[in-house]
Design a protein around this ligand. Structure first.
Ligand code: UFG
Length: 327
């Protein structure tokens, strides 16, 4: 298939683009490089551009005879979405609507969309199934939910084939060490802990140890970025016209912040000093996926199901590229 990957120079998008390319698809990466890295895109396949440039996007879809879109491009910092919601409504919601218009214009009728556990807010029941009510607690989650709603309406009205994949905590790096996580600023737990091991930070702050969890720290479901990529490919290949697939992508196993820090200590052999600090506003105590629907519908199962292996791949990346793609 000929596929346009928006945000294909970013963290999850670059891993997915590479897998699509290796699987024999013709891939074009569309990215404005605001957060993505030229080096992360498939060589010779990067087109630098804005999603809001609807006319150019429609022309490109026609010119490259694109058959499907994978839409990763987004702003994805929860805290920033609270202080600067305009950026999130613009970059996520308005830009996605522009992409959908361009797709309609060019007659492209398949899309796989990066949704998120943030659309569930603070869920009542864990593990979380797709039937859990979606009640976001921050603008980031609202923008992703609004896009899901638009996609669902477009599927019913225009026959668009849609997969909305709700990721839990994307983590790890490609095992060969060529691609990995490189955010500026970095806010995610595993890369920050590994920066301590590299001597780039003095210690890791644990945001709260008075949550209602066994060790008092927040529990998350860390899912390997290459497993997310595999699920994207499987979803794309199975989509039917007018279908709206909604799937959680996680391992079904939760790990506390303390467990993550301990795992990083084991993997790196570094003591990694840690200090408990205040809770970070908006952090739900526990987010763990019930991913059985992805297994039923896509026969998808994470290959990297244990945290230690996920951290090992991340460590290989960070140790060999201590300054990310600039190294
Ligand atoms: N944490 C710390 N110290 C840090 C950084 C994080 O203790 O320095 C904790 C957080 O409080 C949280 C856990 O580590 O409990 C994981 O935090 P991340 O920032 O790595 O990930 P989040 O769970 O906050 O975010 C992820 C995705 C978002 C998505 C969100 C939904 O990265 O895109 O889940 O809740 F929106």
């Amino acid at each position: 298939m000929r596929i346009l990957v928006t945000g294909g120079a970013g963290y999850v998008g670059s891993h997915a683009a590479r897998l699509l390319n290796q699987s024999g698809h013709e891939v074009w990466v569309y990215d404005n490089l605001s957060q993505g890295h030229r080096e992360a895109a498939i060589p010779g396949r990067l087109i630098v551009g804005e999603l809001l440039d609807r006319k150019r996007l429609a022309e490109l879809l026609r010119e490259k005879r694109i058959e499907a879109v994978m839409h990763f491009a987004a702003s994805a910092l929860v805290g920033e979405s609270v202080t600067n919601p305009a950026k999130y409504y613009q970059n996520n919601l308005v830009a996605s609507l522009s992409l959908l218009d361009a797709m309609r214009d060019a007659g492209v009728s398949r899309i796989v969309f990066s949704s998120t556990t943030a659309t569930y807010g603070a869920p009542r029941v864990v593990p979380i199934t797709e039937d859990e009510p979606q009640q976001p607690i921050n603008p980031y989650g609202f923008t992703k939910l609004a896009i899901e709603r638009a996609l669902s309406d477009y599927a019913s009205a225009y026959g668009l084939a849609v997969a909305a994949l709700r990721y839990f905590n994307a983590a790890g790096a490609s095992p060969d060490g060529d691609l990995g996580e490189d955010h500026d600023p970095e806010t995610h737990l595993i890369p920050l802990v590994l920066q301590v091991a590299l001597g780039q930070r003095e210690k890791i702050f644990i945001f709260g140890d008075d949550y209602p969890t066994p060790d008092g720290t927040c529990i998350r479901d860390y899912v390997h970025v290459d497993d997310l990529a595999t699920a994207h490919l499987a979803a794309l290949e199975r989509l039917e016209p007018g279908q709206m697939m909604r799937l959680n992508l996680g391992t079904g196993r939760g790990h506390s912040v303390r467990e993550v820090v301990d795992t990083c200590r084991r993997v790196t052999g570094h003591p990694i000093p840690a200090e408990v600090s205040e809770r970070r506003p908006g952090d739900p105590p526990e987010l763990v996926a019930d991913a059985s629907r992805a297994f039923q519908q896509l026969q998808w199962q994470p290959r990297y199901a244990d945290l230690e292996t996920i951290v090992e791949t991340a460590w290989r990346w960070h140790a060999s590229r201590p300054h990310g793609f600039q190294s």
